[in-house]
Ligand binder design. Structure first.
Ligand code: ARG
Length: 568
């Protein structure tokens, strides 16, 4: 499909003799179409050209040679150059792109680039709680979007399946294992066992010492300790898989912390050979004071055991070698900001600069429920499974009321309930804390997953009414020149660009808000423009556009992690 943004970038780059790619990355799409279809903010060049933005705008305008086939006019507004594109050409291009591609918006933009998305990564033997929902869903969306744009993408679940806490779990099992039947509700029981042993450790040094001993035995491959640890892991994974299945989340690798057990010595050796390691009270640390981080990174504890950070460093080394990554994204809550700052800094001594540049912590905020709700049954930790089933139940109640005759209510309720959760989780910017409130998330008329699904169902019911779907060559594009159609066309045209923005910023919220825009604009189009019409040319054009909207909503929702019901 003709890329107007890219054409404009070429014109500008040619006029002032600059790199097209860079210019293109500056071009914006104004919200208010009175400011053009595309705008170039000249202040971006102020430094390089040593001129004030309005003067730059003036200069470009004078030198630029635009092709009128693409651009109908260029205007200066303050420090901006506003470009108005040839709308008819845009409509033609868009409709053609839809007729030619089964998967509109898919591209090979990222080809030959390797991306790792690390997400979810829960700790085994502990509940999967509401905070994990965000890493799981943000990561899943990024994974899907990068893939759709042609990146060679690997999804990793860096399971928290190692560390001194397993020494405690093993001790707990040795002491009280007989009291717990782990065939049922294993995670909660393991959690109980952990809390119980932890309390005891606080009171009794001897027990604590035994726990430490257990972890050492585990590290050295002791049979009994290893078999217990494997049991805890297997039981946990079984529970986590249930959640991944409901949410339709997949990983290419489950290489968690334990995977790096035999890969940490090398890390320590490399750091030692570079003179980065110092001793502090018997522990090995990397001092980062000279690099602007006042807390040192501990690499090995005084008892010789390694820690979380060491395993992360080993993972960086391993991933650089195995995946030759261009980007390695860590979707992890902001509580771990310092941790990632530290390990990214230490990584400079471990891997090539190219890899260090690719490391990125995709940090996100907290999630909570409105106080007083769901608390009694769930205790303090909100379990995802219960949140999901509660939401599906509520969705079912709404559907029951709105459309009592719907045949497959359970299936639809599942899609709507999960759609509500996924959208609510992804709609805000990553870093914002959020509250999960059913009244908001399940509002069919609000900015929600169900609203997008509802709009999709609407497009489907329009398309169902049509006896014969029109062919592209019969479409008269001049029938789509009204304001409502053009707004929609412009949005659909920007689908791929929106996906790119998601990857540039690693913010799924950009896609979520985009889909709301599409849905809202379709509702306006639907209310203002009679689709089923005596004027058959008009009808065909509007039906064709409806089908395009339908496809973008479905594909976009899939990329977010939402499935569409065909009726609701
Ligand atoms: N298991 C950790 C937790 O649940 C998150 C792991 C994040 N990833 C990493 N590479 N450190 O808090």
């Amino acid at each position: 499909m003709l890329n107007f943004k890219n054409e404009i970038a070429k014109f500008i780059a040619h006029a002032i003799d600059m790199q097209e790619v860079e210019i293109e990355s500056f071009i914006e799409t104004p919200k208010d179409k009175n400011n053009g279809d595309y705008a170039f903010p000249c202040f971006r060049l102020a430094k390089a050209l040593k001129k004030a933005p309005p003067a730059i705008a003036e200069e470009i305008k004078q030198k630029i040679q635009i092709d009128e086939k693409y651009i109908s006019k260029v205007e200066i507004a303050g420090g901006y150059l506003n470009f108005y594109i040839n709308k008819k050409l845009q409509v033609e291009e868009l409709l053609k792109a839809f007729s030619e591609n089964e998967e509109y918006g898919k591209s090979d933009f990222g080809k030959e680039k390797n991306i790792i998305v690390e997400y979810s990564s829960p700790n085994i033997a502990k509940p999967f709680h509401i905070g994990h929902l965000r890493t799981t869903l943000i990561g899943n969306c990024l994974y899907r979007v990068y893939k759709y744009l042609g990146y060679n993408t690997t999804g990793i679940n860096h399971l928290g399946d190692y560390g001194t806490q397993f020494g405690k779990m093993i001790e707990s099992y040795k002491m009280w294992g007989k009291e717990y039947d782990l065939t049922e509700d294993p995670i909660n029981k393991m959690m109980d066992m952990y809390v119980r042993i932890n309390d005891l450790c606080k009171k009794d040094e001897v027990v604590l010492e035994r726990c430490r001993e257990n972890f050492k035995l585990l590290e050295n491959g002791d049979k009994y300790c290893t078999s217990l640890w494997e049991k805890f892991k297997e039981l946990s994974l079984k529970e986590f898989s249930k959640i991944y299945d409901i949410l339709n989340v997949r990983f290419d690798s489950y290489a968690g912390e334990s995977f790096y057990q035999d890969k940490m010595d090398e890390v320590i050796q490399i750091l030692e050979s570079k003179g980065r390691i110092t001793e502090s009270n018997g522990a090995k640390i990397v001092d980062l004071e000279d690099r602007g981080i006042s807390t040192p990174c501990i690499i090995q504890k005084s008892d010789g055991s390694t820690i979380y950070a060491t395993r992360d460093l080993a993972a960086i080394l391993y991933r650089a070698r195995t995946y030759d990554f261009d980007k390695c994204l860590y979707v992890v809550a902001y509580e771990q900001n310092l941790h990632f700052k530290q390990i990214f800094e230490v990584a400079k001594d471990l891997v090539d600069e190219k890899y260090v540049k690719g490391l990125e912590h995709v940090s996100y905020g907290m999630v909570s429920l409105p106080t007083g709700k769901m608390s009694t049954r769930l205790g303090n930790v909100v379990k995802i499974e219960e949140l999901i089933s509660e939401t599906i139940n509520k969705a079912k109640e709404i559907i029951e009321e709105k459309n009592p005759d719907l045949p497959n209510k359970d299936e639809v309720a599942k899609k709507v309930g999960i759609g509500a959760i996924v959208f609510n989780t992804l709609a805000s910017t990553n870093i914002k804390d959020q509250i999960f409130d059913w009244n908001v998330a399940l509002n069919f008329q609000g900015e929600t997953g169900p609203y997008i699904q509802y709009t999709y169902v609407r497009t489907k019911s329009v398309l169902e009414k049509i006896e014969e779907f029109p062919e592209l060559k019969s479409i008269k594009t001049e029938k789509l020149m009204d304001e409502y159609s053009l707004n929609l066309i412009d949005l659909l045209y920007n689908f791929e660009d929106t996906l790119k923005q998601v990857t540039f910023k690693n913010e799924p919220g950009i896609l979520a808000r985009y889909l709301i825009d599409v849905a809202k604009n379709y509702s306006i189009f639907y209310n203002e423009n009679k689709i089923i019409n005596e004027d058959k040319d008009l009808q065909n054009a509007r039906v064709y556009l409806t089908n395009c909207v339908s496809k973008v909503l479905k594909q976009g929702a899939y990329l977010l992690g939402i499935e569409m019901p065909e009726k609701m």
